[in-house]
Design a protein around this ligand. Structure first.
Ligand SMILES: Nc1nc2c(ncn2[C@@H]2O[C@H](COP(=O)(O)OP(=O)(O)OP(=O)(O)O)[C@@H](O)[C@H]2O)c(=O)[nH]1
Length: 817
């Protein structure tokens, strides 16, 4: 189960502010709020349009498209009704309709492929909305949005939601699409149609070229193939100045390093040299086997020869799976041999053979030297480039030497609408992590959208969905720093339907900020809702330190009694949940106005408060001990592509260190990759250590990576468990039952297979063997079986969920493969 699964759910119970669609993707469902905005907008637009004749539908569509911007809507509609100026040209002569014209008209009425596609809103009427950047995740989302708004000629008849539950790289064959590029003009020459018209200039140039070629033939009749080889080299050489004859050839343009290297010994672990990866290591002693420079015919080429016995499919199983022509290739090679149009040498072969034969002739010096280089260079060219050279750094030493600022990540949790995102937006503004200009822009946008009070929340909530609904859905990441610490914020959603996302955020955090709304009744309803559940969950996930931000103190008129009442009620609960009182601090704040965030509150009613600000409380966090010497474990929170990097992953390094050049194995799939580059807090870094949230750019990826996987050092891969024993704290009744097992950012289906014993909370001693049920609040040892292997180690934390509720959480005690 990926955490996207939670997006297609409906709200109920305590939150009824917005409409969520059940199937998770119908953009035509309009919330009552939007409906009201449309109504008001339409009235305003009509007023401004005066007597311009437009239909209601046009007004509403335009308002929706322009996101309720009445000015834009009015100018669009005015233009729509502007009479189009008549062309000043003469009336064209009436032409007799030919059969061809009839066919063209029919085709226009009924374009090829159209009947297959569902009626969709025309792309130009879809709201395209690009909110500003707020961090790494948002960059990725922006790329997605850019892709979404690109006017693709092909419309996939399947809704995007059809792919939501499908992990990266596991799209079933029936959902794969074959994109076929339709040429804009009918092809000429061989494939039919008239040969393309040639301009006079082009004809002159062609004639001149022909003349020069003929002259050359006369001058050197023996070496035409060499000329072609040189021409080929010319084309392949990257710069003009590197043309053959000059000393710089293609080979001397820095080629990617050999795709595979034996992993060098890590200075940090001198005793354990990882075994060379035989599958991936480059044979150094054995001479390179000569490569056959012929290739299997392309699918397209084979399509041209339909009717002849086709060539046997020599492609890899992967290529075969992706081909739409694969069923054709089932004949034997003997049958095919005599008809094979590809049996002879290809034009490229001829060129290369000629090149070989031309050794020792006029071009001997350079071209002859370049030929083997070229062949080898082309063979070694890899699309993804190669990893950086391993610098063999002792990262632990480097980390100590760097005497870096302490880095800490915290997850912001709490009941829906208690002000988490607003508080974080304000904090980033006060600490200068975002500028006032950006916030002003958000204020303007949110005002236009009728959600002015969410302007600061929009700093964190950046997707159109989150903004239009005023609810956080996914964990948003952002960074800021104080003189002492570099912080990563993980803003988690508060709504109960998105708890798996919150768990994903919590599993990357060093500590948590619990936001509670001090408003009358709000705190109390939050206690019945997610305030307690979130606190319990983060504690079960190993978070021991909590800053409780008692928010919206302006609503409580900064009443000291209200703050004390809330602090007392929560203290009792948090102590019972396992938080040591010394690790919990209570800070009164007002996120919207910015009181007591970076500076003490100025309101006279707040004069009673003499404690620390929120920032001071965050800064007081003791750096948690990190397992720097343990093997590398990075739980993948995100997989994405960037222009310069084909595959990048982001997530927290739970243990160990990494540096560019390191070899990785991704569990549970066993995919392999190397580290090409690392970014920490948006900046490039030569290494990364446990506790940091890193973006890792990968090279040489073989296999698939998905959210929830664990990236490991190639020499010490995490165990993949199908059955494990876990010591749980039950939140609900636990009995042999089906559950979703959440580990870090991943979730898999499984079941509680057996109740081993209930345990004494304090001593851990067995109270009762094989109980029939574990009641809420009880600690127990249970065995869990999962449908798919989960990367797990003793001491890791898991959460068990059933029917949308967290039923238990606990510590893994034993793992069986
Ligand atoms: N009066 C007042 N309102 C606030 C304060 N902080 C937040 N709000 C309002 O509370 C509403 C919800 O704020 P959000 O920041 O979206 O709440 P949230 O907890 O992030 O919501 P989810 O992430 O969806 O759970 C918005 O209308 C805010 O303007 C505050 O300090 N005072």
């Amino acid at each position: 189960m990926s955490h996207r699964r939670v997006k297609g759910v409906s709200y109920d119970g305590d939150y009824d502010g917005d409409d969520y669609d059940d199937d998770g993707g119908d953009e035509n469902v309009i919330s009552p709020e939007d409906r009201e905005q449309l109504r008001l907008g339409a009235v305003e637009v009509r007023r401004q349009l005066g007597d311009v004749a437009v239909t209601d539908k046009e007004v509403l569509d335009a308002l929706w498209y322009y996101y309720f911007d009445t000015d834009k809507t009015v100018s669009y509609l005015k233009n729509l009704r502007k009479p189009t100026p008549k062309p000043a040209t003469k009336k064209p002569k009436e032409k007799k309709e030919t059969p061809f014209d009839k066919a063209a008209a029919a085709a226009q009425k009924n374009p090829v492929g159209e009947p297959l596609l569902p009626k969709m809103r025309p792309p130009e009427m879809r709201p395209t909305y690009c909110p500003p950047e707020t961090g790494r995740l948002e960059k990725h989302r922006k790329l997605d949005r850019a892709r979404m708004t690109f006017p693709l000629p092909f419309v996939n008849p399947l809704p995007a939601s059809a792919y939501f539950d499908i992990p990266l790289g596991k799209v079933p064959r029936q959902l794969n699409a074959n994109l076929i590029h339709m040429p804009m003009y009918p092809p000429g020459g061989l494939l039919g149609g008239a040969p393309p018209k040639v301009s006079k200039l082009a004809a002159l140039a062609a004639a001149k070229k022909k003349k020069i070629e003929e002259e050359k033939k006369v001058a050197a009749p023996a070496a035409p193939a060499t000329d072609r080889a040189i021409a080929l080299l010319d084309r392949l050489t990257l710069h003009k100045e590197n043309a053959p004859g000059s000393s710089v050839s293609l080979r001397s343009v820095p080629l990617p390093e050999p795709a595979v290297q034996q992993r060098p010994k890590r200075a940090s672990s001198p005793s354990k040299e990882p075994a060379p990866d035989t599958k991936r290591s480059k044979p150094t002693e054995a001479p390179r086997a000569p490569r056959a420079l012929s290739a299997a015919p392309s699918s397209f080429a084979m399509a041209l020869f339909v009717g002849r016995p086709p060539v046997p499919d020599v492609r890899s199983p992967n290529q075969q799976a992706g081909s739409m022509f694969s069923p054709c290739f089932s004949y034997t090679s003997e049958l095919f041999a005599e008809h094979n149009p590809f049996a002879g040498p290809s034009p490229d072969d001829i060129v290369l053979n000629a090149q070989k034969g031309a050794k020792g002739k006029a071009t001997k010096g350079n071209a002859a030297k370049q030929e083997p280089d070229l062949a080898q260079g082309v063979a070694e060219l890899a699309l993804e480039g190669s990893p950086k050279k391993h610098k063999n750094l002792n990262v632990v030493e480097e980390y100590k030497k760097a005497n870096m600022k302490h880095s800490a990540s915290f997850v912001v949790i709490g009941h829906v609408d208690h002000g988490k995102s607003t508080l974080m937006g304000r904090l980033l503004l006060e600490l200068g992590a975002i500028d006032t200009k950006a916030v002003d822009k958000l204020r303007h946008q949110s005002k236009k959208a009728g959600k002015a009070s969410f302007a600061l929340a929009w700093v964190m909530d950046s997707t159109p969905d989150e903004r239009s609904r005023g609810v956080t859905v996914d964990v948003a990441t952002n960074y800021f720093e104080t003189p002492k610490t570099r912080f990563t914020i993980l803003d988690a959603p508060g709504h109960r339907d998105f708890i798996p996302n919150m768990i994903a955020g919590a599993s990357q955090a060093d500590f948590a900020v619990l936001v509670v709304d001090a408003g009358t009744n709000s705190f109390e309803s939050g206690l019945r809702g997610q305030t307690k559940e979130h606190a319990l969950l983060v504690r079960s996930l190993g978070v021991t330190r909590l800053v409780v931000a008692v928010n919206k103190m302006d609503m409580a008129n900064w009443a000291e009694e209200r703050f004390t009442e809330i602090s007392q009620q929560l203290s009792a609960f948090l102590t019972a949940a396992g938080f040591a009182p010394k690790n919990v601090s209570f800070i009164p704040v007002a996120g919207l106005r910015g009181d007591n965030i970076a500076a003490a509150p100025t309101a006279p009613e707040a004069a009673w408060y003499k404690g620390p600000t929120l920032v001071a409380a965050l800064d007081a966090a003791e750096p948690s001990a990190q397992a720097l010497e343990a093997p590398l474990r990075l739980t993948v929170a995100e997989v994405f592509r960037q222009a310069a990097h084909p595959t990048s992953i982001a997530g927290r390094i739970d243990s160990g260190t990494m540096q560019p050049g390191d070899a990785l194995v991704i569990a549970p799939s066993g995919a392999t990759a190397t580290v090409r580059a690392i970014d920490i807090g948006g900046k490039s870094s030569a290494w990364a250590v446990a506790g940091q949230i890193a973006v890792v750019h990968l090279g040489e990826l073989e296999g698939n990576i998905k959210v929830g996987d664990v990236a490991c050092a190639a020499g010490a891969v995490v165990q993949v468990a199908h059955r494990f024993t876990v010591k749980i704290l039950a939140f609900e009744h636990v009995l042999p039952m089906f559950v979703d097992v959440m580990r870090g950012t991943a979730g898999v289906a499984g079941r509680v297979a057996g109740l081993v014993a209930t345990l004494d909370k304090a001593s851990g001693a067995v109270v009762r063997k094989k109980p029939r049920v574990v009641p809420p609040g009880q600690v127990a040892r249970v065995t869990v079986v999962v449908d798919e292997g989960v990367p797990l180690e003793v001491g890791w934390r898991v959460v068990l969920r059933a029917e949308g509720q967290s039923v238990a959480a606990g510590l893994v005690e034993g793992v069986e493969e």
